[in-house]
Design a binder for this molecule. Structure first.
Ligand SMILES: Cc1cc2nc3c(=O)[nH]c(=O)nc-3n(C[C@H](O)[C@H](O)[C@H](O)COP(=O)(O)OP(=O)(O)OC[C@H]3O[C@@H](n4cnc5c(N)ncnc54)[C@H](O)[C@@H]3O)c2cc1C
Length: 400
């Protein structure tokens, strides 16, 4: 079977691209291949559900650019599709002097990124959130919450309603490219296409290899573990409450998140995963672990982040240590307030020198584009990323 475009991956990046590509080219034949039996089964369906405002990111980076327009476009999409969302706002809370200094830097960065926010005094913080302790905070009113899986369902139905096709249940096993087409093989047969866009998240490096290319990075899975916070805080905590991140670390620190269904979660931490798509704490894959341990970049990465890595591990294993981090800004929380909540796993691209890739990373050939690193806030940014990928295939399609 021959298609104009073939997309791999039914997470939010693949779906956003598929829907927008079909919207741009209604007559084009487009196939999306997803190995699971449902949409958004991996990162997209296991995230915090935050629509970020983009204050953290390096000004001028793709992350900063995509996030700002992503916030607006996600909210517009939710309004059009009548998807429940809420702009509850977020407070970034400094709990000690070092964090207070970092808070000032973060404020400057938000100004550089054109994100509207307010500096909040200790007293004003108490007025806004009586349960939260801190020396000061930044309030970002535009930050919101949503269920990204629901967004995916709507993107998929817009795509299929206009003639796009989704095939579930068969992983891509091989990719071959020649002068006239690109062929993608699953257990269900081989499909040819003019162009392919691969959005495989936790498997991104393996798909690059299946294509016969050298990845120059490897995906290292970082588990993010959450707890559900007891209902007694549901009406008391009105905003998302974030710590001030350590600028040396790629993740944002464990935060209190109001979910769109009304529950509050705390998390995610960031510890090594031993199975890329295994969500249970004791899930181990020999293949995934061997891939990780035999990659020199992994050991260099461990060497560069040994101390914070060990602290994260201790906090993960001992609930009291995890709780201690939350108590810095929510002193009233007790062990009895925390109950289990499903974990998520981040696909983090690591280079051979051990550095973590912070921005989006793409790899292209004449007839393909691989999304190699799409870290948080890629769910927020999925609509502008999809648009960017559509521009790329428009400008680079050899069949044009
Ligand atoms: C714990 C956690 C919290 C996060 N919180 C937020 C947040 O609050 N806000 C935010 O904006 N972002 C957040 N993110 C980031 C965001 O969720 C991800 O960046 C985004 O979901 C990535 O989407 P994706 O489509 O690239 O990947 P995925 O959602 O992982 O989708 C990839 C898809 O490709 C499929 N696939 C893989 N291999 C194959 C194959 N061989 N054949 C066919 N299909 C294949 C997979 O089955 C999967 O469905 C968070 C991420 C995590 C893990």
């Amino acid at each position: 079977m021959q298609y104009d475009y073939l997309i791999i991956g039914g997470g939010i990046i693949g779906l956003s691209t598929a829907w927008q590509l079909k919207h741009r080219y209604p007559d084009a034949s487009i196939l999306l291949l997803e190995k699971e039996s449902d949409l958004a089964t991996h990162q997209t369906g296991h995230n915090s559900g935050v629509i970020h405002s983009g204050i953290y990111y390096q000004p001028g980076s793709l992350k900063a650019k995509f996030c700002q327009s992503g916030l607006e476009q996600t909210i517009q999409f939710c309004r059009e599709q009548q998807i429940k969302y809420e702009q509850c706002g977020k407070l970034l809370v400094a709990t000690n002097q070092l964090e207070y200094l970092r808070l000032q830097d973060l404020y400057q960065r938000s100004v550089a990124n054109n994100v509207t926010c307010q500096s909040i005094s200790k007293e004003a913080l108490k007025d806004l959130e009586p349960d939260i302790d801190g020396l000061g905070a930044i309030l970002v009113e535009s930050t919101g919450i949503v269920d990204y899986r629901e967004i995916c369902i709507h993107m998929a139905s817009k795509f299929t309603a206009s003639g796009g096709r989704i095939e579930f249940g068969y992983p891509v096993l091989n990719i071959e490219e020649n002068d006239t087409q690109i062929s993608v093989t699953t257990g269900n047969g081989t499909r040819g296409a003019g162009m392919m866009i691969c959005c495989a998240g936790l498997q991104a490096d393996r798909l690059v290899k299946l294509h016969g290319l050298k990845p120059q990075f490897q995906i290292i899975p970082f588990r993010g573990e959450y707890y559900r916070v007891s209902g007694r805080f549901s009406d008391r905590i009105k905003h998302l409450i974030y710590p001030i991140p350590d600028p040396a670390m790629p993740f944002l620190g464990i935060h209190l998140t109001r979910m769109i269904d009304g529950t509050i979660t705390v998390g995610p931490n960031a510890i090594l995963g031993f199975k890329r798509e295994g969500y249970g704490r004791f899930n181990i894959s020999v293949k995934d672990s061997l891939n990780m341990f035999t990659y020199p970049g992994f050991w260099r990465c461990i060497g560069q982040h040994l101390r914070p890595g060990l602290t994260e591990l201790k906090n993960a294993w001992f609930k009291s240590a995890y709780l201690k981090q939350v108590r810095r800004y929510l002193p009233a929380i007790t062990p009895a307030d925390l109950s289990p909540h499903p974990a998520g796993i981040r696909a983090q691209a690591v280079l051979s020198d051990g550095s973590l890739v912070h921005d989006f990373l793409f790899k292209e050939t004449r007839r393909s584009l691989h999304v190699c690193n799409a870290p948080s806030p890629a769910a927020t940014s999925a609509i502008p990323i999809g648009n960017y990928l559509c521009d790329h295939v428009r400008d680079n399609n050899p069949n044009r």
